[in-house]
Unconditional design. Structure first.
Length: 212
């Protein structure tokens, strides 16, 4: 979500309540206090990341957060998938959260097998990967939509075979991870051009603009 860094936010890193004091609303009260203070400080949203379980998500949902992202692999420390949730505090924060939640829901329908056309955010994400330094994991859903329009052997292998980068590089007779990512970026750029050359040129220019 490229708008997020333009807004002001706070992140909840940890929250804990002593076992004997739990189930009395203290955790929710602490979050409410933080949210009120952040709103007074003109922050646009609060964010939190946590190892996803149904019980933890229920807690954050009760606190008013909306789920906007889920990790694609289990964290080594917890064995859980990492989830990200937002609590909007301003109009700009509400718009960001709405867009992020809608994108997350769309990705969920894609994972369930829904056929989807390329949307504006897909083009933005693909261009960031193909022509800049956006990592592939951040573009996974957009790339899945792209391979349904084109034949991309290296990308398709990554998206359909849960293997480490080194194993994929060896399978493709490439020298290593850097060469593999370079192949992925080349395939993405070629596929985007095949779908719409004009839009590809536009998004390439956008992705390569210097940051301000």
């Amino acid at each position: 979500m490229w708008r997020a860094p333009r807004l002001r936010s706070r992140r909840i890193s940890r929250i804990a309540v002593a076992p004997a004091a739990r189930r009395h609303g203290m955790g929710l009260a602490m979050i409410d206090q933080v949210a009120r203070q952040a709103a007074r400080d003109e922050r646009d949203f609060l964010s939190v990341s946590f190892g996803y379980t149904a019980a933890l998500w229920h807690f954050w949902q009760r606190a008013g957060f909306q789920l906007v992202r889920m990790g694609t692999h289990r964290e080594a420390s917890s064995g859980l998938y990492s989830a990200m949730a937002l609590l909007p505090l301003s109009d700009a924060g509400r718009e960001l959260t709405r867009r992020a939640a809608e994108g997350f829901e769309r990705d969920g329908r894609l994972a369930a097998g829904e056929q989807q056309p390329l949307a504006l955010e897909d083009w933005r994400c693909q261009a960031g990967f193909a022509f800049a330094q956006r990592p592939p994991e951040a573009c996974r859903s957009a790339l899945i939509r792209l391979i349904r329009h084109s034949t991309l052997p290296a990308l398709r292998l990554w998206l359909t075979q849960p293997l480490p980068d080194e194993a994929l590089a060896a399978h493709l007779a490439l020298s290593g991870k850097k060469a593999l990512w370079r192949r992925w970026r080349q395939e993405t750029a070629a596929a985007m051009t095949a779908v719409d050359a004009r839009l590809t040129r536009r998004w390439r220019c956008f992705s390569q603009q210097p940051t301000r």
